[in-house]
Ligand binder design. Structure first.
Ligand SMILES: NC(=O)c1ccc[n+]([C@@H]2O[C@H](COP(=O)([O-])OP(=O)(O)OC[C@H]3O[C@@H](n4cnc5c(N)ncnc54)[C@H](OP(=O)(O)O)[C@@H]3O)[C@@H](O)[C@H]2O)c1
Length: 293
């Protein structure tokens, strides 16, 4: 059977590249890629985006590309001419408009940083957007503009602190901890900061399910679990037999010295997603055990 054509942005990144490698036998990927030597596409340039989308037979476009460095984004706070706004908002608008024009179903990858982190329990899809820093603000605007684009078929998937079973040049949270522990040094880990780790290997399966089942709308798509940095690091040390004594630290203390606002809790409820998936998500315990370290 011929492979289904899929358009993508950011398919070389930490998350997108895992979907590409895990589903290479199912899909024929076409990446709108800034660094493609023969056909570079900058998503902030509408003409470049439209040209590729207009010529494609794909029904779906998965939009991973983003300015993802949260600390660097904070340096651009409020600057709509800055790269973060241009890529995350203007770039997403270009993608949305071209998808609307050429009837492509847009699957957009978003983040739990669209929330302020003040809620103690898990965030649901019904919670209002409340970003507190520039990266989260630009991603929140991207969500809003997609939802308000008329006649656009869209799915928004929010993730938090993604990590994968295999190493990738841009180290994710789990691989940073593993690498640091192997080298004998990691920072003290916050026991008053909560997040909802996303196992990228499962998220790749979620993306496939969105395509197969033609799911539309807004979904939180992490693990549905809530972890502290301290518990996460300790579990990694133990399951990977790293023989490392993790030290506890405090986000509240850290915030006294940090300029950048920081969400205290970004864990996401995934009941809406689980109700429509046709496979179970792995627990984070299982996922950590699967890491190939
Ligand atoms: N990583 C996280 O912790 C995290 C957490 C929550 C949500 N997310 C979301 O998940 C998605 C994927 O994140 P990631 O960590 O996989 O990203 P990443 O590794 O930082 O990769 C970003 C990708 O965006 C592409 N890109 C950037 N600017 C572009 C432009 N102007 N035109 C075309 N492509 C451009 C880059 O292309 P080149 O490779 O050519 O430079 C790269 O492939 C993002 O939407 C992010 O907001 C990530």
């Amino acid at each position: 059977m011929p492979k289904k054509a899929i358009l993508g942005t950011g398919l070389n990144g930490l998350v997108g590249s895992k979907f590409v490698s895990d589903f290479a036998n199912h899909y024929q990927f076409d990446n709108l890629d800034l660094r493609d030597p023969e056909r570079p596409v900058d998503i902030t340039n509408y003409q470049q985006v439209e040209k590729i989308i207009a010529q494609s037979s794909a029904d779906f476009l998965i939009h991973f590309a983003a300015f993802t460095d949260v600390t660097a984004a904070w340096q651009e706070n409020g600057d709509k001419n800055g790269l973060c706004y241009q890529v995350n908002v203007h770039g997403t608008q270009n993608i949305a408009l071209a998808c609307q024009k050429y009837h492509k179903h847009l699957i957009h990858i978003s983040t739990a940083y669209v929330f302020d982190g003040q809620k103690e329990s898990l965030y649901t899809e019904a919670d209002p957007l409340s970003p507190i820093e520039w990266y989260g603000q630009t991603k929140a605007w991207a969500e809003e503009l997609i939802q308000s684009t008329p006649n656009l078929n869209w799915t928004i998937l929010r993730i938090d602190q993604p990590f994968r079973s295999d190493p990738f040049p841009k180290l994710d949270l789990a691989w940073k901890l593993i690498t640091g522990m192997k080298q004998g040094k990691i920072y003290p880990q916050f026991n008053d900061h909560f997040f909802g780790p996303t196992y990228i290997d499962d998220f790749a399966k979620v993306l496939d399910a969105v395509i197969r089942l033609q799911l539309t709308g807004l979904f939180n798509a992490s693990s549905g679990e809530q972890w502290t940095d301290f518990a996460f690091a300790q579990t990694i040390a133990q399951k990977k037999q790293l023989n490392y004594q993790v030290e506890a630290g405090s986000l509240n203390d850290y915030l006294k010295t940090s300029q950048r606002p920081y969400q205290k809790n970004t864990a996401l409820a995934v009941d809406k997603l689980k109700a429509v998936l046709d496979f179970p998500l792995r627990t984070i315990d299982t996922a950590i055990a699967e890491i190939k370290a």
